[in-house]
Ligand binder design. Structure first.
Ligand code: G1P
Length: 289
């Protein structure tokens, strides 16, 4: 029996539907100062839509309607965005401008939003753990909104959920990056068990080019199983003194519970100015053509 068949056999019985998507959104966005001094980085627009709305729409496309957002100080604009703005809506009612709000209205009507605040920024792992009361004991998705993903036919998160439904373990999205860039990412080592799917046996947060086990970098899309929370609860700080999601995932990987998926589609690193401009040009072209 092929390895992938064996894995599927083991994982099948644990499969559960993914109903919630967690958005860690408490970070400062220092790379975009001064733009992000008083505005959440997740609200930076790519053309006319804030980054976090792209993320929420991707989750919706993947069949998820419960959006769990981990915010922090100075992030109230996110909550206001996913709410009604009575004064504005009343003002433009019946005018040609009303249609500009139809997308966000559709999102608001289809989703439930829950929020919690991260008081201290202690890393991505800590942000995910902060979201535990919003998620509970079930598998869930995570989107880092500054990684903007695009696939016209099948959203990246949707592709990942399809894999999760087959195997029932954590799935991290990966892409090949230049060896010079591995130090910006979590990097995996794994054996390819199926087309584009790797069984992860090692992963490391932001390694040097020399230390990196491969050039397969984790991007901001994850499917996680609830066991991740108990691991995060006792995890010591890792790289840069932060609680790293990568370190928690490594523990699950050692038990054979993490797959990496080389996703189909594009990903823009909108946490960097160059990626942000690239995404802006890409979506502008799509809108105007
Ligand atoms: C985080 C994760 C890292 C991952 C990256 C993807 O890093 O810690 O493992 O590769 O997101 O964007 P950050 O970019 O928040 O420093």
């Amino acid at each position: 029996m092929a390895i992938s068949e064996k894995l599927k056999k083991i994982f099948d019985k644990d499969s559960k539907k993914i109903k919630k998507c967690l958005f860690p959104a408490a970070g400062y966005g220092t790379r975009f100062l001064p733009a992000t001094k008083a505005m959440p980085k997740e609200m930076l627009p790519i053309v006319n839509k804030p980054l976090i709305q792209y993320g929420v729409e991707e989750a919706l496309e993947a069949g998820i309607t419960n959006m769990a957002i981990v915010t922090g100080r100075g992030k109230r604009a996110i909550e206001d965005h996913f709410d009604i703005s009575y004064e504005l809506e009343n003002q433009i009612k019946g005018t040609s401008k009303e249609s500009l709000l139809s997308d966000i209205r559709a999102v608001i009507n289809r989703c439930v939003f829950t929020y919690t605040r991260q008081i201290e920024m202690k890393g991505l792992g800590h942000a995910v753990l902060t979201g535990k009361p919003l998620i509970g004991e079930e598998p869930f998705a995570v989107i880092l909104a500054d990684d903007l993903c695009f696939n016209e036919n099948s959203a990246v998160l949707k592709q990942m959920i399809e894999i999760y439904e087959q195997y029932g373990v954590c799935v991290v999205a990966v892409q090949e990056v230049n060896p010079e860039d591995v130090s910006k990412y979590g990097v995996i080592k794994g054996e390819e068990v199926d087309d584009r799917i790797y069984k992860v046996d090692y992963m490391v947060e932001k390694p040097s080019k020399e230390e990196a086990p491969s050039n397969l970098a984790v991007i901001g899309r994850y499917i996680l199983i609830p066991e991740i929370f108990s691991i995060l609860e006792t995890l010591p700080p890792g790289k840069n003194g932060e609680i790293q999601l990568t370190d928690a995932l490594l523990k699950l990987a050692e038990e054979g519970k993490v797959l990496a998926y080389k996703f189909k589609g594009k990903r823009f690193d909108c946490g960097s100015v160059s990626g942000f401009v690239e995404a802006t040009n890409f979506f502008f072209e799509r809108i105007t053509n």
